[in-house]
Design a protein around this ligand. Structure first.
Ligand code: C2E
Ligand code: MG
Ligand code: MG
Length: 725
């Protein structure tokens, strides 16, 4: 099998062949006169040549072989002398070549080719042979010289290289990554090759992109931050990677995790091309984005959640610090949301929260953050307040935006909100503290009639205790008897006499001082501590009731608040009867205050409990009444004795005709049902007068008396019972 001689080998072999021919020629010319030295030299050259050499006569019988031939094949001259069959040859073909050369009379007959030969031990190997003839003075062939080089290793390397190349080609074609090869000239990055995966990912056929500039997949989206990395890698002709937004033929976006690498010429080191590996990671990015979104956003409203909020507050504080600006945290809690939720169902509640979220977002700037903490609590971070008072204007804007009716599943619903505000740097420089202070300020709003805004003032912070500390302290407080009751008189408007009192729990914290229920009732509910606490309150009120009775100051009708969790406990009736049995108090002089949402929660079981409580002889009062969906039909069904009109209606009753009308309607409705009506939160004379004219004759409020200690209340009672001891 003839082949193109490899340049170096061919040169060597031909040189030696020529030398050998020269030897023949000089012999012919000079007969035996050639110098011994010269012959010696040539003999050594042949003998020590790194190529295997055999010299044969024209019959093909070996007359000479050198050491290299023996080393290569294992045959010595003895093995092959006089053997015409050439045992090293595997094929007839080389013998034919030899015969052809010998019979030819061409002057420089020569043949070369790669053949597979045998060693003496039967194994095979590849060799390159260069065969030439020796002639005598007449030009007649006398001998054949065969030069051999073992090329097995070279062939093996070449085959391996070939296979790698084929694999690479295969890999390019079948790769699931898109591959694009571009030129690497400064002014020419045109595409020379794309693989099928590229076509699949981008939607472009190979012939549509060959010749175009590689960056065409970016379209006009050139302001991507990671792009600079790729540009400089191209400029500096080195590897680079980036995640980029690319665009398919149909215009849709895909995320390309791109790697580029320079391609060097086979020989030399010049960089001629770039290979770009395109990995479409859109799915992964979408999934990550969804996960991130989920982790940082509230699924109902799409607003930031607590996670993201914490992050944003800290960022906003940092920014304000750096730029010497004021930053505001606004905590907003809807008033009576639970009533709407309980009365109209959760889907209505959800719709309302979504609408609120949208309105809030419209009231603030893009750079501000609106977050939902859960339930009906929202937080707004106002990143840059030119004036601290601007926060009040924004709050007013929010309150007015919320005051427009909301279309919730086809019905107009009205909501109000209580807003508390804290400011950086005035109130603190930690997100957690600012949130807690805004929360305290918000509770003050709730306390003072809701639907308004308040800024934090340091006095509110005196009872600032973290939730965890608070929970442990609550437990300890219960064990150590740190709770006490204050009593707020219920006054008969017509006589201005105290006819009863509401027992309101207080916590005498050893360090903080007197803590109001607003600060701990919610936590007590959440932790279940409300059950032992509520039981203690009832027991203590019963005990006090007996004391006043024994002092000749009674009977005073005492009202005790009951929480939802307490009301829903399994053995409610048994436990309450046990408290009464233990204290010796008369249930007929006790009232339990429940809220609308508690009895609306599960009407049937609530009804059963209410009936059982009534059977014990207790009176039942509906607290915070007047918002939400208090309806006549259900009031009729419930065995209650009294309604307490919520403070938020009494607040503006003397200023706002609507509020007065609502209060009037509640009073009329209650009376038609034979219920007592108590107006809560009466702070002004005008309010009292108006209530009186509406037919409401029981009131409770600061105008008459604030909640007071046992001894203060005893004094008031004594004033009313001068005959008592
Ligand atoms: P509530 O049952 O509506 O109690 C009336 C609250 O209104 C009391 O607040 C009282 O101090 C306040 N208040 C009375 N008159 C006025 C007024 O003229 N103006 C204003 N702005 N406020 C007035 P307090 O004592 O802070 O109690 C707050 C709430 O904590 C109570 O609201 C009640 O829901 C709850 N709570 C109090 N004690 C207990 C208890 O022993 N058990 C349970 N479960 N909850 C309790
Ligand atoms: Mg109450
Ligand atoms: Mg109330």
């Amino acid at each position: 099998m003839p082949t193109e001689p490899l340049p170096t080998l061919a040169t060597d072999l031909h040189m030696v062949a020529n030398l050998a021919s020269g030897l023949g020629a000089s012999r012919a010319q000079n007969g035996h006169t050639a110098s011994n030295n010269h012959v010696e030299l040539l003999a050594q050259a042949l003998e020590q040549s790194p190529f295997g050499i055999i010299v044969m006569d024209i019959e093909g019988r070996a007359e000479y072989c050198n050491q290299s031939f023996t080393a290569m094949t294992g045959f010595t001259l003895n093995d092959i002398r006089d053997v015409a069959a050439h045992p090293w040859n595997t094929a007839e073909s080389t013998d034919a070549v030899y015969r052809g050369l010998l019979s030819s009379q061409q002057a420089d007959d020569r043949w070369n080719g790669d053949v597979q030969s045998h060693r003496k031990d039967g194994t095979t190997y590849w060799e390159r042979q260069v065969v030439s003839t020796l002639r005598d003075a007449d030009g007649k062939h006398t001998h054949l010289v065969v030069f051999k080089q073992d090329i097995s290793e070279r062939r093996r390397r070449k085959a391996a290289h070939e296979q790698t190349r084929r694999l690479q080609e295969q890999a390019l074609v079948s790769s699931s990554n898109g591959i694009m090869i571009t030129r690497s000239d400064a002014d020419d990055h045109s595409i020379v090759y794309v693989n099928p995966a590229f076509e699949r990912i981008t939607g472009y056929r190979s012939d549509e992109v060959i010749g175009r500039e590689g960056r065409f997949l970016l379209r006009d989206d050139l302001a991507q931050p990671e792009l600079e990395g790729i540009r400089s890698a191209l400029r500096e002709k080195r590897e680079g990677e980036a995640t980029l937004r690319n665009y398919r033929k149909d215009g849709t976006l895909f995320w390309n995790e791109l790697r580029i690498a320079p391609v060097r010429e086979l020989t030399g080191s010049a960089i001629t091309h770039f290979v770009s590996v395109i990995n479409d990671i859109s799915e992964r990015v979408c999934y990550q984005q969804a996960l991130e979104h989920q982790a940082n956003h509230d699924s109902l409203t799409g607003l930031a959640n607590r996670n993201l909020l914490n992050d944003r507050i800290e960022q906003a504080i940092l920014w304000a610090k750096r730029n010497n600006r004021v930053m505001g945290v606004m905590l907003l809690d809807l008033d009576h949301f639970k009533l709407i939720n309980d009365a109209s169902g959760h889907s209505a509640g959800d719709a309302l929260l979504k609408e609120v979220a949208q309105r809030l977002a419209r009231c603030v700037r893009e750079t501000d953050t609106v977050a939902r903490l859960g339930g009906d609590e929202f937080v707004i971070i106002l990143t840059d307040l030119p004036q601290p008072d601007d926060v009040d204007q924004i709050a007013e804007k929010i309150l007015s935006s919320l005051s427009r009716p909301m279309d919730v599943v086809g019905r107009d619903v009205f909501v109000t909100a209580s807003i508390g505000v804290s400011l950086y740097p005035r109130d603190g420089d930690h997100g957690e503290i600012l949130l807690r202070y805004a929360d305290m300020a918000m509770y003050r709003v709730k306390e003072h009639g809701r639907n308004s805004v308040r800024q934090f003032v340091p006095e509110m912070g005196s009872s600032a205790v973290s939730r965890l500390d608070m929970e442990a302290a609550l437990r300890r407080g219960l064990e150590r008897g740190e709770f006490l009751l204050h009593y707020q008189p219920k006054v008969d408007l017509s006589t201005e006499c105290i006819v009863g009192a509401e027992a309101l729990v207080r916590w005498q914290h050893p360090q903080i001082g007197l803590v109001h229920p607003i600060e701990f009732i919610r936590l007590a509910e959440e932790t279940g501590l409300i059950i032992p606490l509520g039981e203690w309150v009832l027991g203590e009120a019963c005990r006090q009731q007996v004391v006043w009775q024994q002092q000749g100051l009674g009977p005073v009708k005492l009202a005790v608040n009951m929480s939802a969790r307490q009301f829903r406990q399994e053995e409610l009736i048994e436990r309450i009867s046990a408290v009464f049995a233990g204290s010796g108090a008369d249930p007929r002089h006790m009232t339990l205050e429940l809220t609308e949402s508690m009895v609306m929660h599960d009407v049937d079981s609530a009804l059963a409990s209410l009936r059982a409580l009534k059977k014990l002889g207790l009176s039942l009062s509906l607290d915070d009444f007047g918002t939400g969906y208090s309806s006549l039909s259900y009031l009729r069904r419930f065995p209650i004795d009294e309604l307490k009109i919520d403070r938020s209606f009494i607040n503006d009753i003397h200023l706002n005709a609507d509020d007065a009308a609502i209060a009037g309607a509640i009073v009329a409705m209650a009376r038609s049902l034979g219920l007592l009506v108590v107006a809560e939160g009466v702070e002004k004379k005008e309010q009292a007068e108006l209530l009186s004219s509406l037919g409401c004759n029981l009131v409770q409020g600061y105008f008459y008396a604030r909640p007071m200690t046992v001894s203060a209340f005893t004094t008031r009672l004594q004033a009313q019972h001068p005959q008592a001891a």
